[in-house]
Design a protein around this ligand. Structure first.
Ligand code: COA
Length: 173
């Protein structure tokens, strides 16, 4: 399977939502259990395109099979240098190096756009994702105990961040 990674376009919106929904319904990885409505996703994506927020999709044989975005909703605040990363691939496209290429490309775009801190949260059991994030320079910053409750069971969540300049002010080295 060959694939291409490119910025999302308006015509991708329904297919992007389908991938988001599919990964959400696996229940193991994301913070939501199904995608928002098509109207909500449309407004979200169009806003990202309009504001130049990095949002990439993986396309294989014309089909969208994954995404990665780094979004900031805080442009006029003291957090304007921060973006929040989210990503996912459909199961057949996992474990083949696509995620690494995808996250690097999206991080490059975010850094080129002026962000200097990229943050994310990841469920503690998602060791594949945690390994990927560490391998591209993210560091764990905090453990959120019992932050998730799903099907009556609690899970911890880890917050991680990548700093563009490597300056971890206030944190022990
Ligand atoms: C997390 C995810 C995006 C990673 O993408 P991927 O294409 O599967 O990852 P890659 O093949 O590029 O692997 C990159 C690194 O991730 C880690 N990794 C990925 N799959 C792994 C696996 N099955 N076992 C162990 N490590 C794994 C490794 O560190 C790997 O580096 P290596 O190949 O040098 O050992 C993908 O697996 C996915 O979509 N998972 C479900 C959704 C999800 O978890 N999203 C993130 C929510 S926070």
């Amino acid at each position: 399977m060959s694939h291409e990674i490119r910025s999302i376009t308006e015509s991708d919106i329904a297919a992007f939502r389908a991938v988001l929904d599919s990964v959400a319904r696996e229940r193991r990885f994301l913070s939501f259990l199904e995608a928002a409505s098509l109207d909500e996703i449309r407004a979200f994506v169009l806003n990202n395109i309009e504001n130049g927020q990095p949002q990439f999709v993986v396309v294989d044989d014309g089909r969208i099979v994954g995404w990665c975005d780094i979004l900031t909703n805080t442009r006029r605040t003291i957090y304007a240098h921060c973006g929040t990363l989210g990503m996912g691939l459909l199961p057949p496209w996992r474990g083949r190096g696509i995620g690494r290429t995808l996250i690097r490309q999206t991080m490059d775009a975010a850094l080129a756009g002026g962000l200097t801190r990229i943050e994310l949260t990841v469920r503690e059991a998602n060791q594949n994702a945690i390994a990927l994030y560490k391998s591209v320079g993210f560091q764990a910053e905090g453990l959120h105990r019992n932050a998730v409750r799903i099907d009556g069971r609690y899970e911890n969540v880890i917050s991680m961040a990548f700093l563009a300049d490597g300056a971890h002010a206030g944190l022990p080295s």
